[in-house]
Design a protein around this ligand. Structure first.
Ligand code: ADP
Length: 213
């Protein structure tokens, strides 16, 4: 919402001196109470200030904003992730495309025989290869995937806010949710895929926040 200069002045006064009556706000601005009525109504309706009878106006803007950001920081990827759809790296591009249709997802995670994360393929990666002359049955998906260590990942305990930032910053649709494989701590190649965190998950979080769940 675009605030006028006057509305920003009012917010400044209420923030500093609230609770404060409309009469006193008007005095600060050298205006009549009546001249302020419309702006006060707009600011209350926008949820930036509130009024209590016989108390006056007080500031709520920051409180509600920090409430939402605190809530988002508390929400963990673990609570909102989806089931990962994985394909073995030796699978053909053809079979990978079929899996994408059957499973109805936009990104597939490519794993080794042992189930460790090796790469990611997106819809456009697969579209691109279909434009070439090669036999899709014979090209293994590992040839066209985006591969480790260039895969952007998230983990169960990460806040959904940080995961959403990764999706926006790297301009991708999905993050594999990973766990370091036991027995080989610190070895960045040994990541087990335990979930999928996508733009759809973020949209769902947005709806839940708005619906106040
Ligand atoms: P699309 O290509 O269908 O628009 P994306 O935006 O998700 O889908 O993918 C863009 C590119 O980034 C693709 O080449 C894809 O392989 C790659 N990519 C997708 N997800 C990741 C990820 N989590 N980490 C690294 N690269 C990724």
């Amino acid at each position: 919402m675009q605030l006028t200069f006057r509305q920003r002045e009012i917010i400044g006064i209420v923030k500093e001196k609230g609770p404060i009556t409309g009469e006193v706000i008007a005095q600060h601005l050298n205006l009549t109470r009546a001249a302020l009525r419309a702006d006060l109504t707009i600011l209350v309706m926008a949820g930036l200030i509130d009024a209590r009878p016989r108390v006056g106006y007080y500031y709520v803007g920051d409180d509600s904003r920090s409430f939402i950001s605190e809530k988002i920081q508390e929400m963990k990827v673990n609570d909102f992730k989806s089931i990962p759809i994985v394909v073995k790296e030796e699978a053909s591009v053809y079979d990978t495309i079929v899996t994408m249709f059957v499973e109805d997802v936009g990104s597939l995670f490519i794993v080794s025989e042992g189930g460790l994360l090796q790469g990611v393929v997106s819809r456009k990666d697969l579209l691109k290869v279909t434009l070439g002359q090669g036999d899709l049955h014979k090209i293994p998906v590992k040839v066209i995937m985006t591969r480790m260590p260039n895969i952007i990942t998230t983990f169960l305990d990460e806040s959904v806010f940080d995961a959403a930032k990764k999706i926006i910053e790297h301009q991708i649709d999905a993050l594999p949710v990973v766990r370091l494989c036991a027995g080989d701590p610190g070895h960045e190649g040994n990541l087990e895929v335990v979930g999928r965190f996508t733009k759809t998950n973020i949209t769902r979080i947005f709806l839940e926040l708005v619906e106040g769940k």
